[in-house]
Design a protein around this ligand. Structure first.
Ligand code: 9MR
Length: 347
C-alpha cells in the first residue's frame, strides 16, 4: 500500500512537473526563443523593404513576435501637409503584423524630430499660436491612436523628452505648451485607446544618470497626478567602443519598482568598421546581456531590435565610419549576435 502511494505521488509529480521536451535544445529561431522566454522579441520595420524585398519580409515574419514601424508612423510620414494624411505605409506595417501574429509598438506620437515642416515652421514663426498648437497635438494623437485602436499593444507616447543635461528638452512642445504637454499627451492617448500600454521612451537611459534621474522624476510626477502612464522604454542603442552599461538592470528595476512595465525598444550595437571576429563577439555579448536584463526583470515584456539586418540600419548614416549594428548581415545571414540571443534562458 505504501509503495502504491509512493508510486502514485511520483506519478502525480511527474505529471504536474513535466520536463519540457528538449528543454536544453537551442531554439530554432527568435520566435521560438520568444515563446520560451515569455518575452516578445521584435524588430523595427522598414516599410519600403517590407513592400519590396521578399527575403526581408520572410525573415521578419518568421523571426519576430513584435514590430515597430521605423518611420512610417511618425508625424511627417502620416501628415506631410496639414490635414492631408498618408496612411499607406503605416497601414501596410500594421496589416502585415496582424497577419503574422505580431504585436505592434506604435512609434511615436510626440517627438521633436521628423515633424512635418508646416508644423515646425508654423510654431516657430508664430502663425500657429499656443492654443492652436495644443489642439493640433490633441487632434494628432486622437487621430493616429484612434485609427489603430485595439491593434497597437504599446505606444511610445513621448519620445526623448529629456536632453543630455537632464533637463526637459527644448522643443516646440515645451516652448509653446510648457511641461504640461507630457501629461496631456498621455491622457489623450488613453482616451483614444484605453487598452494600449502607454510609454515614455528614451536613449542613453540605460546609463546616463542625469537622464535617469529626470525621467524618474517625470514618471513619479505623472503617477502622482494619476496620469495613465504604463511603461518605460529603453532604446538600447549601444556601441562596443563604449563599456557595456553595467548598471542597466538596476536602472530598469528603479522604473519597474514604480509599477511600470519595461521594454527595450530599439536595441542595436554598433562598431567602428570594419567588423572583425573579435568585434562581432563583443557585440554578441552586449546583445545577450541586454536581452538577459529584460528576461530577468519580470516586468520587462519586450526586446525589440532597431532593424534585424545591416542591410537597413540607421547607423552608417548617422555615425561616420560605424556600422554592422544588427543581428544579421546585409544578406540576412545570422551573425554571432543572433546565435548569442538564442542561448539566453530564464534562470
Ligand atoms: O531609424 C530611424 C531613421 O531611419 C531615421 O532617419 C531617423 C530620423 O530621426 O530616426 C531613426 O529612428 C530613431 C527613432 O525613431 C527614435 N530613436 C532613435 C532612432 C535612431 O535615430
Amino acid at each position: 500500500m505504501k509503495r502504491l502511494l509512493l508510486g502514485l505521488v511520483a506519478a502525480a509529480l511527474a505529471l504536474a512537473v513535466p520536463l519540457p521536451a528538449h528543454a536544453d535544445r537551442t531554439p530554432d529561431d527568435l520566435r521560438e526563443l520568444s515563446r520560451r522566454l515569455g518575452v516578445h522579441v521584435g524588430s523595427a520595420v522598414d516599410a519600403t523593404a517590407l513592400a519590396g524585398e521578399a527575403d526581408y519580409r520572410t525573415v521578419l515574419n518568421r523571426e519576430f513576435t513584435h514590430v515597430t514601424a521605423e518611420n512610417a508612423m511618425k508625424w511627417e510620414s502620416i501628415e506631410p501637409q496639414r490635414g492631408v494624411y498618408d496612411w499607406e505605409a503605416a497601414d501596410a506595417v500594421v496589416r502585415n503584423a496582424l497577419r503574422n501574429r505580431q504585436k505592434i509598438r506604435g512609434h511615436t506620437l510626440v517627438w521633436h524630430n521628423q515633424l512635418p515642416a508646416w508644423l515646425t515652421e508654423g510654431a516657430n514663426d508664430g502663425s500657429i499660436g499656443a492654443a492652436e498648437l495644443r489642439s493640433i497635438l490633441r487632434k494628432h494623437i486622437m487621430t493616429e491612436v484612434g485609427r489603430y485602436r485595439g491593434k497597437i499593444r504599446a505606444w511610445d507616447v513621448v519620445n526623448e523628452v529629456v536632453d543630455d543635461s537632464g533637463n526637459l528638452r527644448e522643443s516646440i512642445w515645451l516652448a509653446h505648451l510648457g511641461p504640461g504637454y507630457i501629461a496631456d499627451a498621455f491622457r489623450w492617448a488613453h482616451q483614444a485607446d484605453p487598452r494600449a500600454k502607454l510609454y515614455i521612451n528614451d536613449y542613453n537611459l540605460e546609463w546616463d544618470t542625469k537622464k535617469i534621474g529626470k525621467t524618474l522624476e517625470i514618471v513619479k510626477d505623472l503617477k502622482a497626478k494619476r496620469v495613465p502612464i504604463h511603461g518605460i522604454g529603453f532604446q538600447g542603442h549601444l556601441g562596443i567602443q563604449y563599456d557595456y552599461p553595467g548598471d542597466f538592470a538596476n536602472v530598469m528595476r528603479q522604473f519597474t519598482d514604480l509599477g511600470l512595465e519595461a521594454a527595450i525598444t530599439e536595441a542595436d550595437v554598433r562598431m567602428v568598421m570594419p567588423a572583425t571576429p573579435e568585434k562581432l563577439a563583443t557585440q554578441a555579448d552586449y546583445y545577450k546581456r541586454m536581452l538577459t536584463t529584460c528576461v530577468e526583470n519580470r516586468r520587462c515584456v519586450e526586446f525589440t531590435i532597431w532593424s534585424f539586418t545591416d542591410r537597413h540600419s540607421w547607423v552608417p548614416d548617422w555615425f561616420e565610419g560605424e556600422g554592422a549594428a544588427c543581428v544579421m548581415d546585409e544578406n540576412l545571414t545570422p551573425k554571432p549576435a543572433y546565435e548569442a540571443l538564442l542561448t539566453v534562458r530564464r534562470r
